[in-house]
Design a binder for this molecule. Structure first.
Ligand code: AP5
Length: 223
């Protein structure tokens, strides 16, 4: 089993790169952002509780995300999957401690934490141009990876590509501030544990995919 965390600021490409890697290696993609957006879409009480926090770019409480992750892990573990990619989780030191203890309880461990490094101005351009398929969640970018037919998903053919409510410049700047204050300390935390891998993720997608696979090659051979 191989368990990875993708760490990096909003727009670093965590979703894009983990989507491709999970598809190729049959790993489970566990994105807390996607789990929370699914609650918003269902209109659940939890969804209503977190809606305004997410829209403004703040962090949802550690307890809420840890519970969602535990539930998803418990479901997937029954299916004997080859491993997990945690995307956007952990985001605080407390979440990192919770992830460590949850994995230990399940007899699992974290193999590597991939830090995706990208300059701030590139992040803003990536996020404000992002569009997502309403049906299958495929990620596009209006300039860098547009759909083949305007407004239509290449993967499932659905004709609604939407812009996330938190992908406006004001929310993006707030998310970057929150990342620097709450999540960046995880770099030193995981460096001290000897599991941190740094990737320059400012390149084009194909180069990033190549660099990612090269950095992860010692772990991928185990699959
Ligand atoms: P979440 O959904 O996790 O958002 P995020 O961390 O802000 O990250 P993004 O999804 O915005 O970026 P990404 O790195 O995945 O980039 P992507 O690959 O899409 O969280 C949203 C909110 O939920 C949070 O703000 C918080 O409120 C809450 N939340 C979630 N998890 C939480 C937690 N653990 N604790 C507390 N609260 C939590 O790429 C971005 C764009 O760039 C795309 O358009 C893509 O096509 C394009 N792109 C990607 N790579 C390239 C490239 N190489 N070249 C050009 N364009 C590229």
């Amino acid at each position: 089993m191989v368990n990875l965390v993708f760490l990096g600021p909003p727009g670093a490409g965590k979703g894009t790169l983990s989507e491709g890697l999970c598809f190729q290696e049959k790993l489970v993609h566990l994105s807390t952002g996607d789990l929370l957006r699914a609650e918003l879409k269902k209109g659940s009480p939890l969804g209503s509780q977190v809606q305004s926090i997410m829209q403004s770019g703040g962090l949802v409480s550690d307890e809420i995300v840890a519970t969602l992750v535990e539930q998803r892990l418990a479901e997937a573990v029954k299916e004997a999957v080859p491993g997990f990619v945690f995307d956007g989780f952990p985001r605080t030191i407390r979440q990192a401690d919770l992830l460590g203890s949850t994995l230990a309880k399940l007899g699992m461990k974290l193999d590597a934490v991939v830090l995706l490094e990208v300059h701030e101005e590139v992040l803003i351009l990536r996020l404000t141009g992002r569009r997502i398929c309403r049906k299958c969640n495929k990620i596009f970018h209006l300039a860098y990876s547009p759909p083949k037919v305007d407004g239509v998903c290449d993967t499932c053919g659905h004709d609604e590509l939407y812009q996330r409510a938190d992908d406006n410049e004001e929310s993006v700047r707030e998310r970057l501030k929150v990342y620097a204050a709450e999540t960046k300390p995880l770099v030193a935390y995981y460096e001290a544990k000897g599991v941190l891998l740094r990737i320059d993720a400012s390149r084009d997608k194909a180069t990033n995919v190549r660099n990612l696979r090269e950095a992860l090659s010692p772990f991928l051979v185990k699959l």
